[in-house]
Ligand binder design. Sequence first.
Ligand code: F6R
Length: 366
Amino acid sequence: EKAGYEHFMLKEIYEQPSAIKDTYRGRMLADRGIIRMAGVDDNLEKFLNAKRIIVVACGTSWHAGLVSEYIFEDLARIPVEVEYASEFRYRNPVINKDDVVIAISQSGETADTMAAIKLAKENGAFVFGVCNVVGSSISRETHAGAYTHAGPEIGVASTKAFTTQITILSLMALKLGKAKGSISNSDYHMYLNEMEQIPSKIEKALQSNDHIMKVAAVYKNAKNCLYLGRGYNFPVALEGALKLKEISYIHAEGYPAAEMKHGPIALIDEHMPVVVIATKKGHYEKVVSNIQEIKSRKGKIIAVVTEGDTSVKNIADHVIEVPETFEALTPLLTTIPLQLFSYHIAVMLGKNVDQPRNLAKSVTVE
Ligand code: F6R
């Protein structure tokens, strides 16, 4: 059942190229420039007339929602708010009839997300679900939706659910951007072609596994770890920190890189590993200067960089390469080394990787 892998988590990390293909198969016809998604096509007017999109989710799914904020605003020019379902439901939020609510949930059973959906429906909003588990409660409660088709995710720490959620949300943003005319035809086609390259680029990123294991061995006894990213990779920093916390029980924080100087920089010393996502484009120069600030305070830098990078290589303690892609699609690649890094640390510490203490795969209580 684990197909020769030691843990479900590792199997699911390695399944991401095929899971993402399953997500876009039959939906994205790159050579014909078509994105077909019944749940979006049938409700296209609602999406096109939406004054804003409100994303509700928890945990890793909330991080996928944060990535979608960047891509929806960037490509479809629709304002997006991303809400923790547990906060949204109890806040007496302002919900309008022309709001589109997107609920993201791997299990489709998360109690807080479900309650947020019910509240949005009571207020007349159109609610679209992005779920993995077919026939789950959330998939039935929403007006329409799209399944991620990632296949069963058994490891409690979410991996392929995250990248397939980002895939679905990116397809939606591209489809809406095309329909609204907010992206050019040529960009649209370039994105579709690039999306088709993502599975093989993830394969490439997975080839760093042995190197990542060696880096993990250096930091396995760290007490804290900081994760930094900007733009599209800020949510990836949050997700990297969550992965480390939940399976290795090492305290970790994700931060937008530029916020470091507003507080967390005080934590930096020779004992603090800092994982920095520093891919090309995406505020690269600014992230490089953030790295210099950390180095001058003796912090240890583990940088995720674009293949062939030289500037970061000169200053970081370790670099992990991922292939180059469009900035908006980088989260699909930069997430991979962070998953592997957490995985290896947890294994080296002898933790129960697939079933971390105190956690459940679906959180059906609030
Ligand atoms: C993290 C993790 C949790 C879930 C969260 C939402 O690895 O597994 O943070 O992402 O409980 O679960 P779903 O997506 O099932 O609503």
